[in-house]
Ligand binder design. Structure first.
Ligand code: SAH
Length: 218
């Protein structure tokens, strides 16, 4: 099959995944759905798993990590209420799929990864080269990234056992954070900071993310 036909087929598979697994389950944001239909997830997946890129599941990544399920990427992104003026911090770059979805919707994206190999893989991904609003930071998400704080939105894509204080501190007044908290299975929380800096936490659903690594355990 020609490369062109291949691309057409993949685009069709991607559109069907978004319509059948994401839109049909209640995700409504127009810009978000457009971004999900646009970003070639198969180029963020190791070659061995490429054929499963559009079956809406989490997939194995490099370094024993995972690539998040598109439906979960979609609902977490939707909870952030991003627009073209938003500054976002992502914890857990992985191969960078979620990062590019954020870059489509927000003004500026800061993404942190603790494993150097993954940081390099994401930074050098050909799809990522199309964006000039992503900053890749090699560092520990438990500390956040104070240099560019505060953030309108924070998305945590690895699971810590508690909400790191640095992250709530780096949230802007009126800001929103989605974060999975717990051990093997986690509760996904929406954490909001009101205009008086008061924090509220709302449980959303059960999820399964890889644990957020402490630097000393690397
Ligand atoms: N956002 C990714 C999810 C990758 S899985 C996606 O779209 O698929 C979670 C990622 O978090 C892994 O790459 C892991 O290495 C990274 N991670 C784990 N602990 C971390 C920490 N303390 N700081 C930053 N990144 C961390």
């Amino acid at each position: 099959m020609s490369v062109e036909n291949d691309e057409k087929l993949l685009e069709k598979e991607r559109r069907m995944m978004v319509e059948d697994q994401i839109e049909s389950r209640g995700v409504k944001g127009k810009a978000l759905l457009t971004a999900l239909k646009k970003i070639p997830r198969h180029l963020f997946v190791p070659a061995d798993f490429r054929e499963y890129a559009y079956s809406d599941q989490a997939l194995p990544s490099y370094c024993g990590q995972t690539i998040s399920q598109p439906y979960i990427v979609a609902i977490m992104t939707e909870m952030l209420s991003l627009d073209k003026s938003s500054k976002v911090l992502e914890i857990g770059t992985g191969t960078g799929y979620q990062t590019t979805i954020l870059a489509e919707l927000a003004n500026e994206v800061y993404t942190m990864e603790i494993i150097p190999e993954l940081h390099d893989i994401a930074k050098n991904n050909p799809v990522v080269q199309n964006y000039n609003n992503i900053k890749f930071i090699l560092g520990d998400g438990y500390k956040g990234y104070e240099a560019a704080a505060p953030y309108d939105a924070i998305i945590v894509t690895a699971a810590p056992p508690y909400v790191p204080e640095a992250l709530t501190n780096q949230l802007a007044p009126g800001g929103r954070m989605v974060i999975p908290v717990g051990a093997y299975e986690q509760t996904l929380y929406l954490v909001t900071k009101d205009l008086d800096d008061k924090i509220s936490m709302k449980p959303l659903l059960w999820v399964q993310f890889v644990p957020m690594i402490k630097k000393k355990d690397l």
